[in-house]
Design a protein around this ligand. Sequence first.
Ligand SMILES: C[S@@+](CC[C@H](N)C(=O)[O-])C[C@H]1O[C@@H](n2cnc3c(N)ncnc32)[C@H](O)[C@@H]1O
Length: 254
Amino acid sequence: MTDQLDHSPIISEVFGDAAGKMELFHKKLEDEGLIRGLIGPRDGDIIWERHILNSAALVPFIKEMLPDPETDRQVTIGDVGTGGGFPGIVLAACFPAVSFDLIEPMERRCEWLAEMVDMLQLTNATVVRARTEELISKKKEFSRTSGGHVDSSRANAGRRGRKPGSRQAQSEHFNGYDIVTCRAVAPMTKLAGMTLPLLKKSGRLIALKGKSAAAELEKARKELKKNGAVSTRVCQAPVAPQLEPTHVVIVQVR
Ligand SMILES: C[S@@+](CC[C@H](N)C(=O)[O-])C[C@H]1O[C@@H](n2cnc3c(N)ncnc32)[C@H](O)[C@@H]1O
């Protein structure tokens, strides 16, 4: 099957140095994505647009939040419900200096993600087989045992000088992420409780949402407040020239 955007200059324009990795990822999805239940039956010739470029729409928003996207190994991003790799695999390829946890409970999908991490040599990405609720409990437990006071030398133990991609969520000192990303995991009313408690102080959720973004935020006011949201915004996010833009919801916690 031929993807409408195969060999398009858009791919190198959007991905720059990561274009080669994205070509490999695309080929693997084309060959195995459907039989392994990672993409839909009608996605075969639109994998670039629907999945890979759509995920990359988050890149400028993350860039804007990073002190130094080229070198910052201290920033940690948790991608909740990564599934076939969206947006987590795409983002990890675009930000090789930032540490990503790809959080996914389904064994089959975790196996796929681990294969992709190896194939694309994403040394900054770790597959974490877990439900977000388990990580939230672990973070609460760490906060409780540290008396609510996060001793940065403890929380960062093993982080300084660690290789990007070491298992931050699997450490007993897990104290949350600077940024949480997600796509197509749950409506905002549910997503607030699944993602905001995973954030560190002043951390931000960046969720890819469709046209329903503003309505979902409005409906989830109570859940957002309950989970510490202090500001919310919806932004239109360009996918690529001549392609329909998508929407991004950004929520900051206190
Ligand atoms: C519809 S899929 C979307 C996958 C991918 N994000 C995408 O956009 O293609 C939802 C994913 O969220 C995962 N998921 C569901 N509940 C979860 C939870 N409580 N914690 C973490 N992941 C969850 C599922 O296993 C599934 O892979």
